[in-house]
Structure formats: C-alpha cells, structure tokens
Design a protein around this ligand. Structure first.
Ligand SMILES: [Zn+2]
Ligand SMILES: [Zn+2]
Length: 379
C-alpha cells in the first residue's frame, strides 16, 4: 500500500489489481520454496547419516572378533567424515600462491635446476651465466630485478613474488618475431658448390671442436645446434631498459643477423667469423630524431646495455655479454666494427656455459616452462 501511495496510484480499481498481482507472486514464491526444500535440499542432507554410520562401524570393528576385524581390514575404508559437517578442500596451485608469497624459496648458497633457469631468465639484469648455483651475481641480479622491474624492496632472495614477476616479464616482452628473424638465411643465398643448406641452425659441422679447451674461442668452428637462450633473455631486459630507463625512445627494429652457418659464411665471400654460429645477434635500431646519426644511436643503445646488463666491449672479460665496438670505442687496431648495428654475443662464456643444451631452435624453448609451473611441479 505504501508503495502504491508513493507511486501516486489512488484509483481503487488500480490498487486492487496491483495487490492481487502481489498476492499471486507471493504464492508462486512460496510454492517454489516448498519444492526447493522437499525435492532439492532434503535429499542432499546425507552428511549426518554417513558420519553416524561410519562412527557405528568403527565401534563395531573394535568390539567384534579378530576374524571379522581381519575381513574388515581387507575392505578399503572411507576417510572419516567429520561429524560437525565441516569440509576442507585444498587446491595445490592456490596453496602455493597463498603460503609462499613472502616465503624464501631460494637464497644465496642454494643449488637447483630452477636456479639455473632464473640465472638464464634474469641474465639481462646485471648479467649472469647459466649455472645452477645461487651466487653473489644471482643475488645482485635478483636485487636489480626487484628494484627496477618489480619496484619492490630489494631482498636478493627468490620468493613466489619474484617467480610470478619473471613470468610476467616474459609475457610483457615477447621474442617470437626476433627469434624467427635470427634463423640462418643460407637457403635464400646462392651457395658455394658442395655446401648444404641448413634448417636455420647449421648442420652441426666441426663437432669435434665443441668442447675442446685448446681451441681459441675465436677459431672454434663448431656449428652449435641453435641459438643461446641467454641472448634472448638479455634482449628482453635490454628492451625493458631502453623503454623505461632512457628518455630518448630508442627502439629495436629487428634482428638483422643471428645464426650464420658455414654455408652462409662461404656464400659471403668465405667469411671466417664463428661467433654467429649460435652465440651472437646483430640488432638494428630506430629512433624518432633525425638530428642524431645512426652511429650515435647505436653507441647510445650499447651504453644502455653496458650500464644495465653489464655488457663489455670486446672479449677480455669472461662470462659476460660482449659487444663489438662502434665509432666511439674504435681503435686503429679494430677490424670488426659495428657502426650502424649492435652486435652482442656470449662468446666470453666458459665452455661449460656453452653446452649444446643452452642452444635452442624455437622461441618456446627460449622461454621454457613458466616459472610457476616449475615451482609447482617441484612440489
Ligand atoms: Zn645456414
Ligand atoms: Zn655480429
């Protein structure tokens, strides 16, 4: 009635009609509720019955003869239902998330295959090699990642938040296109007679030199079976720093050159260089400012890689990302010079970090399983 007043309905015949409709609706709701109680809720109230039956069976088992007990022992028992009616459901993935948010999963001194993955995936944050050990470098790398990418307090230890952030970092900086661009292009060339086209990653030539410590790295002719994973994770981090820590809006245009097999070398006037057999990438850059020369742009972009990814010019320093020099660093002795592109490689890595397993043939293999599933599978 109050509602009708509020709506300004005063005509008695309209009010009667409206109230009839309300009564009708009430009846409908009431009969639905009766059906709900009788047909849906009551049949599902089995908990108490089952819990009581279980309690009785247990008492019986305790008081009956040994023979019967033996018979019962062969029948699988249901786990006991709690008589208070409380049920617990535990979802393993959700539980890992819930409990491990701030719990330390790995810290300095630890050793694990997952640590090797972290050392590969965060290699662009201050530099690292693919070891399974949590070293001082790993600690500094985690701190840099927390400070710059996650923007949280630096702890230098791996917790679930770091694990999740690595997966986000991977998704935020895709490398699929770059990887495709980095395949060997010998199939598009006129090859020297007797040379074979490769499938994008060489034909495994000069395998005997693979782990030969006496071969000088520069002359190691082995065609590695893919591209080194660290290259693409460094590329990701460098891209992050170019866009977030530098105001000049320098952008990666494409991977101009990645894998170059011996057939490719020979077709290029018998080129001798070996570090593009899986260990190097050449990058072209773009920049929306015509006042700066391409040479300057490449030198600037190299400096970003030096500052944040701990890259070094030339190959004297071991186990870091190495850069070919541009105009700024050029000396009269320099023969190879990357003036209008950026060449970086993993040539200075020790042989143990250049095993076949680090060289891959697809972007999926660069990425690997997500960090979260690695942690969850570990249990
Ligand atoms: Zn090739
Ligand atoms: Zn190069």
């Amino acid at each position: 009635e109050a509602g009708l007043d509020e709506l300004g309905i005063t005509e008695p015949y309209l009010r009667d009609f409206a109230l009839d409709v309300v009564d009708e609706a009430h009846k409908h709701v009431k009969s639905n509720w009766q059906l709900e109680k009788a047909q849906r809720i009551k049949p599902s109230l089995w908990w108490q019955q089952v819990a009581q039956a279980q309690a009785q069976t247990q008492t019986q088992t305790q008081t009956t003869s040994t023979e019967q007990s033996d018979a019962n022992a062969n029948t699988p028992k249901l786990s006991n239902l709690s008589t208070d009616g409380k049920a617990w459901f535990i979802h393993p993935v959700a539980m890992v998330d819930y409990f491990a948010g701030n719990n330390i999963l790995f810290k300095k001194g630890d050793k694990d295959e997952i640590i090797r993955e972290i050392n590969i995936r965060l290699a662009g944050f201050g530099g690292n090699v693919p070891t399974d050990e949590f070293t001082e470098r790993t600690e500094n790398m985690i701190k840099q990642f927390q400070r710059d990418y996650m923007q949280v307090e630096e702890t230098g230890v791996v917790d679930m938040n770091v694990i999740k952030a690595i997966d986000e970092f991977q998704e935020e900086y895709p490398i699929e296109t770059y990887f495709t661009q980095a395949k060997c292009k010998c199939s598009t060339l006129k090859l020297v007679e007797g040379d074979k086209v490769c499938g994008g990653f060489g034909n495994g030539k000069f395998e005997k030199q693979k782990q030969d410590a006496n071969t000088i790295e520069m002359y190691r002719k082995y065609e590695y079976p893919g591209l080194h994973r660290t290259l693409f994770w460094v590329l990701r981090a460098w891209k992050f720093y170019l866009s977030h820590f530098d105001q000049r809006n320098m952008k990666i245009e494409l991977v101009k050159s990645g894998y170059r097999c011996w057939s490719d070398n020979n077709a290029h006037n018998f080129r001798k260089s070996t570090n593009h057999m899986g260990k190097a990438l050449d990058i072209h850059m773009i920049y929306n400012n015509t006042k700066i020369s391409l040479e300057n742009l490449c030198d600037d972009a190299r400096e970003v890689m030096i500052s944040y990814c701990n890259a070094h010019y030339r190959w004297q320093v071991k186990n870091v990302i190495s850069l070919e020099v541009g105009i700024r660093e050029k000396t009269p002795k320099d023969t190879a010079i990357a003036a209008t592109w950026i060449h970086f490689d993993v040539r200075s890595f020790e042989l143990k970090y250049l095993e076949d397993k680090y060289f891959v043939k697809s972007a999926e293999q660069v990425n690997g399983l997500s960090m979260r599933s690695l942690i969850t599978n570990k249990g």
